[in-house]
Write a protein that binds this ligand. Structure first.
Ligand code: SF4
Ligand code: SF4
Length: 137
């Protein structure tokens, strides 16, 4: 692969509606809490499920995310790292087949400017830093 094309499509919320978990870093938690005007503790109690190793957003009944609204993400400027970096995730940028599969649900994949593969891998490396343990082994 020389590069990957991507440009998020305004109005699309497909990735937010896809089944899966949204993981947060501690910094994501602080940022999102401040954005909605809550303390980190209040935000965590309301929206976050903490395990021994990870933090993830709780899911409301009948939806994938508390912050998904018809107009898009309610915390867009402070959304978690994995949301901000999608689709530049290691498992997608390093695997042509996985990238093509993701494109079935993401109309932005394959559109927009060409991102050199080295740049895409570099962007994706933030995922490895942000979520230690998730990409080990
Ligand atoms: S936090 Fe925002 S961007 Fe992330 S899944 Fe929820 S609505 Fe989508
Ligand atoms: S599915 Fe793709 S185009 Fe749609 S909101 Fe997510 S990143 Fe943007």
């Amino acid at each position: 692969m020389e590069g990957l094309r991507f440009a998020c499509v305004p109005g699309c919320t497909n990735c937010c509606n896809a089944r899966g978990f949204v993981y947060l870093t501690e910094a994501d938690l602080q940022r999102a809490a401040a954005f909605v005007g809550l303390s980190a503790g209040e935000f965590e109690a309301r929206y976050v499920y903490r395990t021994r190793r990870r933090l993830r957003l709780r899911k409301p009944r009948g939806s994938q995310c508390h912050f998904l609204e018809s107009g898009g993400c309610r915390i867009h400027p402070a959304k978690p790292t994995q949301c901000r970096l999608f689709p530049f995730w290691p498992e997608l940028v390093e695997n042509r087949k996985a990238w093509a599969t993701a494109a079935r649900n993401c109309p932005g994949i394959g559109a927009g400017p060409l991102v050199q593969i080295g740049s895409a891998v570099e962007i994706a490396s933030e995922m490895r830093t942000a979520y230690p343990g998730m990409y080990d082994g």
